[in-house]
Design a protein around this ligand. Structure first.
Ligand SMILES: *Cc1c(COP(=O)(O)O)cnc(C)c1O
Length: 358
């Protein structure tokens, strides 16, 4: 995928007549509630992608028999574009999101979206809506590509029609209060051979009830464990998770049941690049119990595009709640955040060419 000067686009562009930008209060952005002017829509039918279009963000009309509503073929991505220190706009590792989107599509029996069209659509959307990219600290333009089955048909089989869309939302600093997480020993987010490694809508639906239960017990999120034995720690809510154990940053390895987060991969790569040792391996609940009792568990945090680094203040372990040390003593999580932000906002060297300017 190369950024070229596209003479001919593979889709149409119908810019809005009047932008809604003026009416937006950028000092008070609720996450995922404010939508930029444009969206991209491209339909799949008769075995091929039709010509897409960027046009005004707005509602759509569908049949009640639309297959995604009944059989759940629906996937999405979450990525961000950042206002650079020099005033420009850059996407962070969009190629990784495009690849993961098509991985999810394949797993859910859906057609892959041609990478070049996907990329072009992102670039043109961001050019049109560049004014929507906030420039306050910790803010960004959140980008939501998604695809769902649109054929009207009752009966279980892959849909023969799909819609691929992209919209964007300006977002402010994410809710960064440290979270209390419950180590979940009954419910399961993902099983071996299942769909946990895909960003499939149904994975999130299945996590809602257990998360509400955890909330009623005084927690904010769930620390998921493996489905077969509930002994290995996998993910925290909808984020990857990292610990500082014996002074070392440790992250559970990715698998069928641990989604390969781009924030996680970038954090690991950047830390190693800066000479910090990182272990990618299995982390067990017992290890967390022992390490916390012996003062060897000093930090725990989630890693994901929405919040970047989400500190955990309390672990609901099977033997009771355990509070992590005061965040003012943490060293690893702040370093991860600073390194990631440096690259994403263009204030540090982008050693790996992760920023794609638009
Ligand atoms: C999206 C997601 C992540 C984080 O992925 P990023 O690419 O870092 O945003 C982690 N776990 C789950 C279950 C996710 O859906």
């Amino acid at each position: 995928m190369l950024m070229e000067d596209y003479k001919t686009l593979d889709f149409d562009i119908s810019p809005v007549g009047m932008s809604r930008l003026e009416g937006v209060d950028f000092s008070n952005l609720a996450f995922g509630k404010v939508f930029s002017d444009h969206m991209f829509v491209m339909d799949y039918a008769d075995g091929e992608w039709k010509r897409g279009e960027i046009s005004s963000y707005g509602p759509m009309t569908f049949s009640p028999a639309m297959m995604s509503l009944h059989y759940g073929q629906a996937i999405f991505e979450g990525m961000k574009a950042f206002r650079q220190q020099d005033g420009g706009v850059a996407m962070f590792r969009p190629g990784e999101n495009i690849k993961r989107f098509n991985f999810s599509a394949k797993r859910m029996g859906m057609p892959e979206v041609p990478e070049d069209i996907f990329f072009q659509a992102l670039v043109e959307m961001l050019k049109l809506d560049s004014g929507w990219v906030p420039n306050a600290p910790d803010s960004a333009l959140y980008i939501r590509p998604f695809m769902f089955a649109t054929e009207s048909h009752v009966g279980v089989r892959p849909s023969q029609e799909y819609r691929f869309c992209i919209f964007t939302c300006p977002v402010g600093a994410y809710y960064t209060k440290a979270v209390k997480v419950k180590v979940e020993l009954h419910y399961t987010r993902a099983a071996m051979g299942g769909t946990g490694a895909a960003k499939a809508a149904g994975n999130y639906a299945g996590s809602l009830f257990p998360t509400e239960l955890a909330k009623s017990e005084g927690y904010d999120q769930i620390l998921w464990t493996d489905a077969a034995t509930h002994t290995a720690v996998e993910e925290c809510g909808t984020m990857n998770v990292a610990f500082v154990l014996n002074g070392k940053m440790v992250v559970p390895q990715t698998s069928d049941t641990v989604l390969a987060g781009i924030t996680r991969a970038s954090a690991v790569q950047l830390m190693r690049h800066h000479g910090v040792e990182v272990e990618e391996r299995k982390v067990t609940v017992q290890e967390l119990i022992d390490a916390s009792a012996e003062g060897r568990l000093t930090e725990a945090f989630g890693l994901g595009t929405a919040a970047t680094v989400s500190p955990i203040c309390t672990l609901g372990l099977p033997n009771g709640d355990w509070d992590l040390p005061e965040m003012s003593t943490w060293e690893v999580a702040p370093k991860v955040k600073a390194l990631l932000d440096g690259v994403r906002y263009g204030t540090a060297e982008d050693s790996f060419g992760w920023n794609i300017p638009v």
